[in-house]
Design a protein around this ligand. Sequence first.
Ligand code: ADP
Length: 270
Amino acid sequence: MADKVVTGLLVKPGSNFSLKRRNPGETFGWDKERAKAELAEVIAKIDVLQVKLAAEHEHSLLVVIQAMDAAGKDGTIRAVFGPLNSAGVQVASFKAPIGHELEHDFLWRIHDVVPPRGEIGIWNRSHYEDVLVVRVKNIVPKEMWEKRYRHIREFERLLSDEGTTIVKINLHISKDEQRARLQDRINDPAKRWKFRSGDLDDRKLWPDFMKAYEVAFNETSTEYAPWYVVPADRNWVRNLAVARIVLDALQRLDPQLPPDSPGITDLVVV
Ligand code: ADP
């Protein structure tokens, strides 16, 4: 049965989506302690399906995570995917392209780390940077980035046709909550290493980033690679919402254990 919360987080393809209609502080009426217990239950279900995904060895699951700084990409990955069998999970983080990456098209380095059959891939940032920060900061000319929405749709179509289930998640944080978290990073010696002065430059461009996110969602949320916008001002809401999206995707993928080899049940181990 479809998870109604998950359906509510979806950016419906062709819906003229507006970020303003989504509240980063949403709690869905959940209770914090109950949500933490439920997170463990949902992860246990994901764990069972991960085993089947690996055993079936036909499909893969790609989870793209995009967000403004301090929205909790790392914390989400640790909370939701950390408890899984690490042999079947690959995390890829994307920084600004360097060296030979710049000698190729923008999807070249991306395609290389698509999760292989049987595995779950989590992308901490992604090819969407090439229509987000690149658009906002004019890193390449408009004539180049405006074609990328189509390139991305077609690339994701290819992955989907070849057996990769794709879910794309935006951790939607408010500007106020980001201010508090960045200040906390500056103030707390244990967190200071996470702070980059460039975070403040991006923060100044907040409205431009929101616009770029909105365009990206409207251009690239498809039936085969949907976007979900997750309220991220509260970590416990964010974690449970992301886990439920992942569980929902795996349930739809419905991996099956492979059939028994002929005669296996008659074998006796001596
Ligand atoms: P994070 O914030 O993800 O923990 P960093 O602080 O190293 O990691 O930030 C990575 C930076 O790389 C971000 O500012 C991001 O916008 C940038 N980046 C990622 N991909 C691209 C890209 N394709 N083009 C330009 N910048 C990019």
